[in-house]
Design a protein around this ligand. Sequence first.
Ligand code: GSH
Length: 180
Amino acid sequence: MLPTLYVAVGACSLAQHIALEWIGKPYDAARVALGSKELLAINPAGAVPTPGEDDGWVLKQAGAIFDYLASKQPEAGLVGSDSRRAKAEAQSEAARRAEVDAEHKQAAKQFDILNRHLERREYILDGRRSVIDAYSFSMIRWAKKLLPGGLQEFRNVRALHDRLAADTAVQSVLTRVTAG
Ligand SMILES: N[C@@H](CCC(=O)N[C@@H](CS)C(=O)NCC(=O)O)C(=O)O
């Protein structure tokens, strides 16, 4: 059986889904309804992202899932460079994404920080795409919809959004998750 990622339309599982696509190894994406019986049986919190391995082992927190995927497939190069500092920065960005997730009020402040970080950068880490870009993408999509001014004030965040939205793996994940 292939590793399975449980995903829901419009949910943060989009980030891990993109990372799996970038990794390029076989996996299944199972669409579930948030809080559904099927998902509750796998994750008592009824939440996504939840990836499962074929021995029944599941992980339930976005940051831990990224760590796991990155250490399982280091050749995919999705955590920036191999340095201790890049890893620490990835952790720190993951914590920031989690804060944005938790509290919309914080979002504008956090996007301002990200916007400044992205000045003269194409991606969040080391000039190439990483799991943190995938994580940010789902948050940026929410912010676009939920922040009063959308992303208007955050030119560099908009550019990152557009760069990721143009990525073929991202497009294929979005199409698959929202289809039918
Ligand atoms: N702390 C969790 C949060 C996961 C989470 O809140 N997922 C949302 C979708 S974006 C969800 O499944 N909500 C439905 C629920 O909690 O019942 C993580 O980082 O993975």
